[in-house]
Write a protein that binds this ligand. Structure first.
Ligand code: FES
Length: 226
């Protein structure tokens, strides 16, 4: 198979495509394919030119940490949870998430996710014991990896703009459900930075590796009582 990767040496340099060959099995994950290329004694591209090892991030390799989020064959996915056997054709095309600044190759800077939470003061205030009726959905919403795949696919999200994207709906719900006392602050932030900008394409639910039902978080927040 061919593995075509959009590479970039550093944040200031121009991106370029480089293609490698992969001769391993189809049961490998894309993370394993990247390892296979990187662990060769000499990394060479398909034309026999020496190549630098590919920068990419991973930690758990079990779809838990979200570090390996990237665009694979045009779809935002986790590399450790995407398998060659499930991809069509004989070329795997891999790009970094494009809605975040590229640091190097497939490594991007996702700090904007946490910066937006800080800007919205999205912290649990006085801790409130969870109500039993909320347990199931709090668990679902709390599984967000902060991987950024939902922001990548969302047609309304652009870095630096007012709309903070789908994960903010889940965070707003969790904070509202768990905070005792006045939650008007986070509700207002939700309206301004999520509800006003969401066009309900729900592409976010399709790519979420944790299958978080974001629409249910939105419905609970929009109803105004949790
Ligand atoms: S390496 Fe942790 S989710 Fe893929």
């Amino acid at each position: 198979m061919k593995v075509k990767i959009l590479r970039q040496q550093d944040p200031m340099s121009d991106p370029y495509w480089q293609t490698f060959t992969y001769e391993g099995g189809r049961d490998a994950s894309v993370a394993a394919v990247l390892d296979d290329i990187n662990y060769r004694d000499d990394v060479i591209d398909i034309d026999g030119n020496p190549a630098d090892r590919i920068s990419w991030e991973c930690s758990c390799l079990q779809s838990i940490c979200g570090a390996c989020a990237m665009v694979i064959n045009g779809v935002p996915r986790l590399a450790c949870d995407t398998f060659v056997r499930d991809l069509k054709g004989d070329t795997i095309v891999i790009e970094p998430l494009r809605k975040f600044p590229t640091v190097s190759d497939l490594v991007v800077d996702r700090s904007t996710i946490h910066e937006n939470l800080k800007k919205a003061d999205a912290y649990i205030g006085k801790y409130h014991q969870s109500r039993e009726k909320n347990h199931d959905h709090e668990y679902q919403a709390g599984r967000c990896l902060k991987c950024g795949l939902c922001l990548e696919i969302c047609p309304n999200y652009t870095k630096g703009e007012k709309f903070y994207g789908p994960m903010f709906a889940n965070d707003s719900y969790l904070i509202t459900a768990r905070s005792g006392g006045d939650t008007s602050g986070i509700r207002q932030e939700y309206k301004e930075h999520f509800a006003a900008g969401c066009s309900k394409s729900l592409a976010c639910e399709r790519v979420c590796p944790m299958n978080i039902p974001t629409l249910a978080s939105m419905a609970k927040m929009n109803r105004g009582h949790i």
